[in-house]
Ligand binder design. Structure first.
Ligand SMILES: O=C(O)CCC(=O)C(=O)O
Ligand SMILES: [Fe+2]
Length: 196
């Protein structure tokens, strides 16, 4: 397990969680049926569109704050509900929402952050399913700038982050100039509405 080298983090990476044919059909369906948006964020007093497209699905009470905005969930589609059921069985954890991030090509990215919003609780379990073009996920310890660990998340792979990972580490998806194909990432989460 690559994760064994990462102190104070719990990562479980399953490169072939779903077979490629299933991953292909999930990707095609999700690209077709998802009403993606490109939120704008204020950074240093200026508004920018985030460099990717986003959709938030979940149970009605699972409102979630990301990119500085509180998002009302879209209703579970049959496919997302099916994937949630599979992931709950895989991890033994309940999930009430899923964030979809579409990286249209290698120019789309996600900056350094931890998934440590209060509504996720103190030791969140986040199940991250990747479909489409492989992209590198980097980790760095909070308060440092050196990349401490990287994983290439491939088509049909599952990464489960748990324990104190979000407390001690940040992660990013850096730009990848040679990538021209899209990648869709789905992070299944459990929101505790009382903490939002
Ligand atoms: O695209 C990824 O693999 C990472 C997504 C992520 O970090 C997030 O949604 O918080
Ligand atoms: Fe994240």
């Amino acid at each position: 397990m690559p994760a064994a080298s990462l102190a104070d983090a719990e990562l479980r990476y399953l490169p072939y969680w779903v077979e490629p044919g299933v991953a292909d059909s999930w990707l095609a369906r999700l690209l077709e049926e998802t009403p993606f948006e490109q939120p704008r964020v204020r950074l240093f007093g200026r508004e920018h569109p985030v460099p990717r497209q986003v959709a938030w699905y979940g149970d009605p009470q699972a409102r979630y704050r990301y990119s500085g905005l509180l998002h009302q969930p879209l209703r579970w589609t049959s496919l997302l509900a099916e994937i949630r059921t599979l992931l709950q069985a895989e991890t033994g954890q309940p999930f009430n929402g899923v964030l979809l991030n579409l990286y249209r090509d290698g120019n789309d990215a996600m900056g350094w952050h931890s998934d440590d919003e209060p509504e996720l609780g103190t030791e969140p379990v986040i199940a991250s399913l990747s479909l489409g073009a492989p992209r590198r996920l980097d980790f760095r310890r909070k308060g440092t700038t050196r990349i401490g660990h990287s994983l290439t998340l491939g088509h049909g792979s599952l990464l489960v982050m748990s324990g104190s990972t979000q407390h001690h580490w940040q992660h990013q998806i850096a730009r990848a100039r040679r990538t021209s194909a899209p990648r869709l990432n789905l992070t299944f989460r459990l929101i505790e509405p009382s903490r939002a």
